[in-house]
Design a protein around this ligand. Structure first.
Ligand SMILES: [Zn+2]
Length: 389
């Protein structure tokens, strides 16, 4: 006997399934987003194992890529679920890997199949040439039902650093600018200003913790002697690599970066012609010194510097350098996300302009950046601009 269901029943069922898939994928994305900045060179992948119970679907396992990139999120979630994974659905924010790595870990598609998972819901395909559709194809060939594209846009944003490194050979760059209400980032003659309030500073530290590297120009080191670490309770271990763009190797060996060298590595990117004795001194202080060419204007070739960071596994860079580095990055189309925090305070004096004309024009140019969010942190307003992923 053939059961004919009226079309609205099927439609309702599909809608309910779709809403449920999105809810569990949202949880997986939240897990992945939380670990951003800790998993490079690998993407931060969230995974959730869901099983039908008499009370409806329930989460029986959760996981995320572990610090340093291994194990991946899927085996962590499947191990957490144990036998409950048999017949379950696996929600994962990125296509599972299909290839055996150098270290010989079992590929996630194989782990998924062996765990007895019946259905896999994948947010987005992995452009990595070793995977790129193979993960989905292998799962299907093993008899696992696969749904792709659930919250694809959010997943693309979450994996933006990984995608950028794979597709463009450079990390994604978030440019952060803090300014007074009248658009200054420093006082007359470059005098340091306390612009951001406590709440805004905490937010900035949280943003730092979710990137692989913090990047500044040597001018910022010379003017402010910053530590560039994460100083939030419970997140102190999440200080990213500190990168200084320093063409002539002027970073002082007694700067705060070195006094906190145990918190996170210090990498200095210099020009090929920077003095060798300065390199020796900085290496002695604990820095790693890398060299890139100069661009047409004589300044460091920023694209080459970013590509160098990508070869070292960096996927997400948080640029806190001064207004000059920020503008140079933007004019070379090397900024993907811009965070502008504006204080209620005014300088009311001719200081250092935060958003210079070139950067302002880039921000206002049609079809380049869109304002994605506005947030209030204490006395400061954050505007978050993004380029399309
Ligand atoms: Zn994997």
């Amino acid at each position: 006997m053939t059961v004919v269901r009226p079309p609205w029943v099927a439609a309702d069922g599909d809608a309910a399934q779709g809403a449920r898939d999105e809810a569990f994928m949202r949880r997986a994305l939240a897990l992945g987003d939380e670990a951003l900045g800790t998993t490079w060179p690998n993407p931060s992948v969230g995974a959730v194992v869901v099983r039908e119970t008499t009370n409806g679907p329930a989460i029986v396992g959760e996981g995320v890529t572990q610090p340093g990139g291994r194990p991946h999120g899927e085996p962590v979630a499947l191990d957490h679920a144990g036998d409950a994974a048999v017949g379950a659905t696996l929600y994962v924010t990125l296509e599972p890997c299909a290839h055996r790595s150098v270290r010989g870990a079992t590929p996630c598609v194989e782990r998924t199949f062996l765990a007895g998972v019946r259905r896999a819901v994948i947010a987005i395909e992995d452009p990595n040439r070793h995977i790129a559709g193979l993960g989905v194809a292998l799962l299907r060939s093993m008899g696992v039902s696969v749904t792709t594209g659930v919250l694809r846009g959010d997943a693309a944003r979450s994996h933006r650093g990984h995608f950028s490194r794979v597709r463009r050979g450079r990390p994604m760059v978030t440019l952060k600018i803090a300014r007074t209400a009248d658009n200054y980032c420093a006082g007359p003659g470059g005098a340091r200003l306390q612009i951001s309030c406590g709440e805004a500073s905490r937010e900035v530290h949280l943003l730092r913790a979710h990137h692989d590297a913090i990047m500044v120009g040597v001018g910022t080191v010379l003017a402010d002697d910053p530590q560039l670490t994460v100083r939030l309770e419970g997140l102190e271990h999440r200080s990213p690599v500190r990168v200084v763009l320093d063409s002539r190797l002027r970073t002082p060996t007694d700067s705060a970066l070195f006094r906190t060298a145990r918190a996170a590595p210090v990498w200095i990117v210099a020009a090929e012609d920077a003095p060798v004795h300065a390199e020796h001194a900085l290496r002695g202080a604990g820095a790693e010194v890398m060299r890139v060419g100069r661009g047409g204007d004589g300044a460091l070739d920023l694209k080459e510097a970013l590509e160098l960071l990508a070869t070292r596994g960096i996927t997400r860079v948080f640029s806190e350098g001064g207004p000059v580095v920020g503008e140079q990055l933007a004019l070379r189309d090397l900024v993907d996300v811009m965070v502008v925090s504006t204080s209620v305070k005014r300088l009311d004096a001719p200081g250092v302009v935060a958003i210079r004309d070139g950067l302002a024009e880039r921000l206002a140019a049609p079809g380049v950046f869109t304002l994605r969010a506005m947030q209030v942190h204490g006395d400061d307003t954050f505007e978050i601009f993004e380029r399309p992923v």
